[in-house]
Design a protein around this ligand. Sequence first.
Ligand code: RP5
Ligand code: MG
Ligand code: MG
Length: 279
Amino acid sequence: ESPHVKSRCPQYPGSNIKRFPVPDDKVNWAQQWPQYDPVSYTTPLILNKPAWADPDIGAFSPKFNTVDNGVDRTSFEGSYQVENGKPLNPRGRTGLAGRGLLGRWGPNHAADPIVTRWKVDAKGAKMHHSVSARPLLQFVSIKRKDCGEWAIPGGMVDPGEQVSLTLQREFSEEALNSLSASPEDRAKIQERITNLFKSSGFEVYKGYVDDPRNTDNAWMETVAVNFHDDQGNSVSELPLQAGDDAGQVQWVDIDSSFPLYANHSNFLELVAKERKAHW
Ligand code: RP5
Ligand code: MG
Ligand code: MG
């Protein structure tokens, strides 16, 4: 397992905060490093205590490594350490203490719907990559408003929410703009994607996300699931429209050279391998 990279990006997103530079060989907490002195930073938005965020540690001491008060504080990475009341990132140092942009101390659980179809020509025949000769997959990608990077249309799991619902809800919000649709249109969207999402899908990945928002005390984890429209006649026919935290949405060819947010490329590689597609 290679050390996290985006979680050590020099400049913390949405701020002018610089991370303490952490070399590869000092990422692991087990490496003694007395000189390590990261700044502590939590965005004003989070300190304003919106309903979805935790209060600051001190007045608040949640039970870590368990489901506490409906909030899932367990990690897919196993049991994580807690030091001075604060959870420690299971993948090691990030150069920043506090929560940054993340609402929860410890794991912040998300779900990533990877909706795919085969790329076809005007006659409907599968297209192949000129070098690998493998068939090309496409996935529904959104351009994140926060950083302008292309990404899987994922989002946070609400407390107590089934991941299967999060997957469908986030896809509807970000790629189909269900939040701005009339109640009638929303019902139509719901009906048309339910078929694709009711198949359990292929669980691609479950665990830590190398997200640029991660800190020493707060980090992203996800369940990434692939829903594949093999015949190109279910979700492929839905009009894509960006919504919520997505600025743009489109079908993107799955290819190792396409840069994506966080470590979303790793998830797409697993999908391509599973479906024997070009990567
Ligand atoms: C990533 O952030 C996850 O993989 C998911 O795609 C996303 C969830 O956060 P928001 O889109 O809600 O900001 O780590
Ligand atoms: Mg969202
Ligand atoms: Mg999102």
